[in-house]
Ligand binder design. Structure first.
Ligand SMILES: Nc1nc2c(c(=O)[nH]1)N[C@@H](CN(C=O)c1ccc(C(=O)N[C@@H](CCC(=O)O)C(=O)O)cc1)CN2
Length: 295
C-alpha cells in the first residue's frame, strides 16, 4: 500500500496562521517582532533560503532586516554586525545563515549571538538548555520535525526512532528532542553515522526513521520496516531542469520507499517548509519573552 504523505507545506501553513494571531496580539500592545538575517557570500541555495525567511517574516507582519555581506567579509566584521544587532532593541532575533565561508569560525560566530536573540537555537547556552530540557530556543529543523510528527498524529512515546546523520543542525538535536521526557519525546533513539556498522540492521528496526545525511536516495526500500514513518530531511540538488530550476532529491529513495512505509515526507514540501516556519515561531517567542509576555 502507498504511504500517507506528511505534507510540511500544509502543517507549516497551519502553524503560520496561529502565529499571525500572536503577531496581531503583540501589535495591539505596540510590539512588532524584529528579525535580522545575515548572509555571507553568494551561495545560491543560501540566498534563496534567506530570501524565503525574509518574505515569510514580512507576510506575517514581522519586521525583518536582511544583511547580505560579501564572501570576503572578515570574521571581525561579521562579529561587529552581530554585536550591533544584539544591541538593537528593535531586533528580537538574529540568524546567521550557514554554512559560512571557510575563513570564518562558525563556533565563534554562533557563540557571539545574544542567547536571548538566538532564534536558530545554535548558541551553546541554548544547546545546553535544550539537552537539559529547560526553556530555550529549539533549533528550527528538529523543532519542525517534532511538530510535524505531533500534528500528524505520530506517537513518539515508546517508539523506536532511528536518526541517520549526526550534524549539529539536525541529527544530534533531533535525537536529543525525541529522547526528552514529555510530549513529542519519550522515544528510544538510535543515532547512526558514517562509522555505523551495518546501518540497515538499525534502520530496519525503526518505527520512525529520520534521515539527515545529505546523500541523495541513500535509504532504499530494503532498509525500511513495513509501515514505518519516514522523515526525509535531505534537500539534494541532483540536476537542473530546462527552465533553470534545480531538480531536488531527498536522502530517501522516495518512489520505492513510499510503497513500503506507512507515512513519509516528500521532498520538496516536507521538512524544508517547517524549518522556516519554526524560525518565525522562535522570533515571535523571542519578542514575547523580551516583553515579559512568555515564560
Ligand atoms: N542558520 C541556519 N542555516 C541553515 C539552516 C538553519 O536552520 N539555520 N538549515 C539549512 C537550510 N535551511 C534553512 O536555512 C533550509 C533548507 C531547506 C528549506 C526548504 O524549504 N526546502 C524546500 C526546497 C527549497 C529549494 O528549492 O531548495 C523543501 O524542502 O520543500 C528551507 C530552509 C542549512 N543552513
Amino acid at each position: 500500500m502507498t504511504a500517507r504523505l506528511i505534507r510540511g507545506t500544509e502543517i507549516a501553513a497551519e502553524i503560520r496562521e496561529e502565529l499571525a494571531a500572536r503577531v496581531r496580539a503583540l501589535k495591539a500592545q505596540g510590539i512588532v517582532p524584529g528579525l535580522a538575517t545575515i548572509l555571507v557570500g553568494e551561495d545560491p541555495a543560501s540566498q534563496s533560503y534567506v530570501r524565503a525567511k525574509n518574505k515569510t517574516a514580512h507576510d506575517l507582519g514581522i519586521h525583518s532586516e536582511q544583511h547580505n555581506l560579501p564572501a570576503a567579509t572578515t570574521e571581525a566584521g561579521l562579529l561587529a554586525l552581530i554585536a550591533a544587532c544584539s544591541a538593537n532593541p528593535a531586533l528580537n532575533g538574529i540568524l546567521v545563515q550557514l554554512p559560512l565561508p571557510r575563513h570564518i569560525s562558525e563556533s565563534r560566530v554562533l557563540a557571539h549571538i545574544d542567547p536571548a536573540k538566538d532564534v536558530d537555537g545554535f548558541h551553546p547556552v541554548n544547546v545546553g538548555r535544550m539537552l537539559l530540557g529547560e526553556p530555550c530556543f529549539l533549533p528550527c529543523t528538529p523543532h519542525g520535525i517534532v511538530a510535524m510528527l505531533q500534528r500528524s498524529g505520530v506517537a513518539t512515546a515508546g517508539a523506536e526512532v532511528v536518526v541517520v546523520g549526526r550534524s549539529n543542525i539536525v541529527g544530534k538535536p533531533v535525537a536529543a528532542l525525541l529522547m526528552q521526557k514529555g510530549p513529542g519525546g519519550n522515544a528510544t533513539v538510535t543515532l547512526c553515522h558514517t562509522a555505523t556498522r551495518d546501518m540497515a540492521a538499525h534502520t530496519r528496526r525503526a518505527d520512525i526513521l529520520i534521515v539527515a545525511a545529505g546523500r541523495p536516495k541513500m535509504i532504499t526500500a530494503d532498509m525500511v520496516r513495513e509501515n514505518a514513518v519516514v522523515i526525509d530531511v535531505g534537500v539534494n540538488r541532483i540536476g537542473v531542469r530546462e527552465n533553470g530550476r534545480a531538480i531536488l532529491a531527498g536522502d530517501v529513495d522516495f518512489e520505492a520507499v513510499v510503497e513500503k512505509a506507512g507515512a513519509i515526507t516528500p521532498v520538496p514540501g516536507g521538512v524544508g517548509p517547517m524549518t522556516i516556519t519554526m524560525l518565525m515561531v522562535n522570533t515571535v517567542l523571542a519578542a514575547e519573552r523580551a516583553h515579559g509576555l512568555a515564560e
